[in-house]
Design a protein around this ligand. Structure first.
Ligand SMILES: [Zn+2]
Ligand SMILES: [Zn+2]
Length: 283
């Protein structure tokens, strides 16, 4: 089993994510995490829409890691985390959050991804016409521990170009920003700050994604011993308990080694599927 003990990992963040990631990597892998000074990750896109995000979360994480390696030449390992938030892929009206922590070992080319998914109850938006409504919003979301971003509004949509305040730390500065937005656009847009250092819920999700990354590290390919041998696909086809036809329910888990190409499919012993999921006998 390879060891990373004593190695340096550069973590490309400017939002305090080392508080969630560094203690775990130090404790379980013996890795020393460093954060480059004055590292600007906003150029990779921001949640407050003043810089558009391009690429998938994984691509963005890889770009951050490459930039981190440029800054810290002695780092063998690169780390980045990336969150994405949006509607749940299946369940209507449920906000869904996905947090990834990516580790790259430039000595071996190994890339591991840890992931944590959960309902994004901490994503809250509102438009207010009065300062008192802004005060109530702030109290409801747990400001100032949870940050609040204030924007102006144009054509009914939040517009950072009209007004933008991201760093209010107390009621006074928050309400002053709300008054400025109200003065310009007559309505102020408020939303919970999704940057990790202003979002305690996200920080917990990043910690859980880091634990998932450690699980991937400890899961080895039985053929070549490479870490990262985790479930990479869930294959549908579990037979219907009524008629035996294959359903969309999961039949088997697939693991695929990125090193030697070994593929293993393991049947789940879940028994037959509920006919409620069967298109043949319950269309
Ligand atoms: Zn059936
Ligand atoms: Zn392998």
């Amino acid at each position: 089993m390879p060891s990373l003990r004593g190695e340096i990992a550069v973590l490309a963040t400017m939002h305090g994510k080392e508080r969630a990631i560094a203690p775990l990597l130090s404790r379980f892998l013996g890795v020393h995490v460093v954060v480059p000074e004055a590292f600007d990750t906003d150029r990779f896109g921001t949640f407050s829409r003043d810089v558009a995000r391009t690429g998938t979360p994984l691509e963005t994480a890889r770009a951050k890691i490459a930039a981190g390696f440029e800054r810290v030449a002695e780092a063998r390992l690169g780390l980045a985390s990336e969150g994405s938030f949006g509607p749940h892929p299946v369940v209507p009206f449920l906000a869904w959050g996905s947090e990834r922590v990516v580790l790259v070992d430039r000595a071996s080319g190994l890339e591991l991804v840890g992931q944590h998914e959960a309902p994004a109850r901490h994503v809250v938006h509102a438009q207010v016409h009065h300062v008192e409504d802004a005060r109530a919003f702030a109290a409801r979301v747990g400001f100032p521990r949870q940050g609040v971003i204030v924007m102006g509004v144009a054509d009914g949509q939040p517009s950072p170009a009209v007004a933008l305040a991201k760093d209010a730390h107390d009621d006074e500065s928050l309400l002053a920003a709300v008054r400025r937005a109200l003065a310009v656009s007559g309505v102020a847009s408020l939303e919970t700050d999704m940057r990790a250092h202003r979002n305690p819920h996200r920080m917990r999700c990043i910690r859980r994604a880091t634990l998932d990354l450690l699980r991937a590290w400890y899961s080895h390919c039985p053929a070549c011993d490479r870490p990262g041998y985790v479930i990479s696909a869930r294959l549908p086809g579990r037979p219907c308990g009524g008629c035996g036809a294959p359903t969309g329910q999961v039949l088997a888990d697939e693991r695929r080694c990125a090193g030697c190409g070994l593929v293993e499919r393991r049947l789940r012993n879940d028994g037959p599927a509920d006919p409620a999921h069967c298109d043949a006998c319950n269309p």
